[in-house]
Design a protein around this ligand. Sequence first.
Ligand code: GLV
Ligand code: MN
Ligand code: MN
Length: 413
Amino acid sequence: MKSDVKRIEKELRELNEFNSTPESGTTRVLFTEPELKGREYVKGIMKDAGLEVTEDSIGNVFGCLKGTDPSLAPVWTGSHIDTVLNAGMFDGMAGVIGGIEALRMIKESGAGHKRDICAIIYTSEEPTRFELSCLGSRAMAGELSVEDTKNVHDKDGKTLYEVLNELGYDLSEFHRIKRSKGDVYAAVEMHIEQSSKLENDHKQLGIVKAICAPSNYDIIVKGVQSHAGGTSMEDRHDAYMAACDIALRLEKIARENTASEYTTATIGRVATVPGSVNVIPGECRFSVDIRDTDADSKKQLMKNLVSQFPDIEKERGVTIDIVTYNEDIPVKCDRDIMDIIRKHMENSGAEYEYLLSGAYHDSLFVGHFAPVAMIFVPSKNGISHSPEEWTDFEDIAAGTDVLAETLLELANK
Ligand code: GLV
Ligand code: MN
Ligand code: MN
């Protein structure tokens, strides 16, 4: 089976037309007009490919090829079409378009398969709108209930519950989203690497060994708001400077962590109150994102940081509070699926290697109820979450070829 690289390029470019920032990369935020239109576009190509299209109560879209034995659990592939602000056109979309292409190849090959094979758009992998990631796959894993959707707000204060209701999703059916062990036989996601290992090592394809999971917090530092000139350096209780102190300690702990193979710590959003040039901030609130391949190492890292707060509070005359959003569990990819992927990479003649995923993916949550594996394709200069993000269409096609063979083999087990 051979994918059609021209069609992959055409569909990715057409999907990319649904974009609220065409002048500066791609922005497609959950349930905004471009995202809703993007969904319709993808459903259209699923239908044209002869897939049976359904959607659940949180907007996960399934395009399925029927197998010959309906009593068997299905095989899944898929990814997401929502983006961060000013993203590129590949993060998520490569796995959705590549997944549909793989199903088309299987259908056109005429090769029979026992299990259903589904290509999925998971709802909102990115936390862009609701500050919580992987909404669709999180609900599948039973980690987002209909009650929880009432406590998830966007920046305008709207809850996910309200938004789903307004769009006509049937929330009385929400419980059906959740999957249990055994409901899905195997799931394979293709994604861009979002790092530079493949490019540096001159490999076209990657087999993911483990997917790091994020823990997300807000840290709120309260000091004393005061005059920038009138308050001497000795007399101030500057919330922002205390935040910087916390930030540098976090960086040091993460850099020096030897308890796992891979750890990152990021502060991506910082706000000071009142946020004026001539006022010492009385409050600073910032986000913390910690990733790790090992759940215990991540816990320990945060514990270590928090144990230093009393010193900072005393030294700087501030108070420090933490809001915990999520402490997600990392996932190891399934050895048997990885072996099938490796075999098909070898058959295809592509150069490949094993790697870790520092980014999270819907496969993280799918991995809580099904065996998962991931195929990575290279990111130019390792850049992603940026308008500069690029992956060659030929590489996506090479990943799609392996994906199709892998899905077909799994669907006949
Ligand atoms: C997903 O995009 C992530 O932040 O890893
Ligand atoms: Mn992303
Ligand atoms: Mn992604």
